[in-house]
Design a binder for this molecule. Structure first.
Ligand SMILES: [Cu+2]
Length: 150
């Protein structure tokens, strides 16, 4: 193989590696009546740290739940799933996302997704202070999830 050809192949390989997105992940979040820790009405895992380009698949493992976004970073799309239906979303913006089950929000069925840098953390904490009074129980879950943001 000639020197020029080898260099060309190397350059192409480097260009392809640089442009390819870092292996996008698909995270699964189960909607559950009872979590593995015996907590009732939970998303599992309820806190996920992901990257831009990853996807989240909400899986309707127990019947009678849905998903609705309550806070998304600026420029990100709000999302809403139907009761008993799986929902897949692509994470296109960095920041903190808060979502809940519209049917069990009073029971603390809520979750947090951190995508990349949490630029809107202050906004997320402010949103949490507005959401918590609407939760009749388990509102401390939201604090626990937000505390995992790094
Ligand atoms: Cu629910």
């Amino acid at each position: 193989m000639g020197k020029y050809l080898k260099e060309t192949i190397l350059l192409v390989a480097v260009a392809v590696a640089a442009s390819a997105p870092a292996f996008a992940q698909d995270y699964k979040i189960a909607m559950l009546d009872t979590g593995s820790d015996k907590e009732l009405m939970v998303f599992e895992p309820a806190f996920i740290k992901a990257n831009v380009g990853d996807t989240i698949s909400f899986v309707a493992k127990s019947p009678g739940h849905n998903i609705i976004s309550r806070l998304v970073p600026a420029g990100a799309s709000e999302f809403k799933g139907q009761v008993d239906k799986d929902l897949s979303i692509k994470l296109e913006k960095e920041g903190v996302y808060i979502y809940e089950c519209d049917l069990h929000k009073m029971l603390g069925m809520i979750g947090v997704i951190q995508v990349g840098k949490p630029a809107n953390l202050a906004e997320a904490k402010a949103a949490a202070e507005k959401l918590k009074p609407k939760m009749a129980m388990k509102s401390e879950r939201l604090d626990d999830y937000l505390a995992q943001i790094k």
